[in-house]
Design a protein around this ligand. Sequence first.
Ligand code: NI
Length: 132
Amino acid sequence: MQVKRFGVSLENELLKSLDQLVIKHKFPNRSQAIRYLINKNIVEDKWEDNEDVAGAIVLVYDHHKRDLQNKSTDLQHDYHDLILSVQHVHLDHDNCLETIAVKGKATKLKNLADRLIALKGIKHGQLVMSTP
Ligand code: NI
């Protein structure tokens, strides 16, 4: 891919903030930090505008709560057209980590994530909003 150079004028404080971002995220240079910010913004806009997006729903729960697993499976079947894959990892004696890869309209993915995360017994849940 062709790379173009351009000059950027920034106030001192903003430049300081950019350099702090470079350090915090261990970016090799300012260009990589600017790429990161632009892409982050594009992804956020796509989710806000209800475009076709992709991401992952991460759930941690106690598998001894049988009812929870049934409800989660029912929900996942209701939204089967959005789900690409499900990875289940047994973290320890009690806890399971489930990563559900999803793709579709942003509002639908948010709905599914909200309903899964709200299930009684979920210890932690998060929707990772990403997109190609
Ligand atoms: Ni498990």
